[in-house]
Design a protein around this ligand. Structure first.
Ligand SMILES: [Zn+2]
Length: 177
């Protein structure tokens, strides 16, 4: 089971300063162990880079390995953040599409008293690539916003595909965040 497991369900805190994969039971002694697991994927990605010579399969392998880097980073950041600052969930997020800039503007609202240094606004380019990248950002609020914007972006895409008018704004309440 341990052989070749990609730890797709992420890692859980497991004894001491260690982390464990709930699927295969592989243990990482500490965050540094998790970081080297991320670096492993980065190495594979870099190798794929050097192999791409405009052919379709090379590009596919590169995209796949890039996705794996993002996925592992996301797992790592979550563990790092959990070990650090408490994440304050917003009370409400307003997402507005700005056609001129080709971007989504996010306004973030918190319950009073507002947490210090809380992010209040953020702009995310309206491309799947940008959103995907931000979903592995070290800041948990950025990751949350990227996830919500992607959801809204896809909905707008579907509606536009059906020839329906796509909404320009969407409010996410705390139960959706
Ligand atoms: Zn595993």
């Amino acid at each position: 089971m341990a052989e070749g497991c990609l730890h797709l369900e992420g890692l859980r805190v497991g004894g001491g300063s260690g982390y464990v994969c709930p699927v295969c039971g592989k243990r990482f002694e500490d965050l540094e162990g998790v970081r080297s697991w991320v670096r492993e994927a980065e190495r594979v990605r870099d190798e794929a880079y050097s192999l791409v010579e405009g052919d379709e399969f090379g590009e596919l392998a590169l995209r796949e390995s890039q996705r794996e880097v993002y996925r592992r980073r996301k797992v790592m950041y979550e563990l790092e953040n959990a070990a650090r600052v408490p994440f304050v969930r917003p009370e409400m997020v307003l997402v507005m599409y700005d056609e001129e800039r080709g971007a989504y503007e996010c306004r973030v609202f918190y319950k009073e008293p507002r947490p210090t240094n809380a992010m209040e606004s953020f702009v995310i380019g309206a491309s799947q690539e940008t959103m995907q990248e931000l979903r592995s950002d070290p800041n948990p609020i950025v990751r949350l916003l990227a996830e919500k914007v992607e959801e809204f972006h896809q909905l707008r895409g579907r509606l536009a595909g059906d020839g329906a008018p796509a909404p320009e704004r969407r409010v996410f309440y705390s139960n959706e965040l």
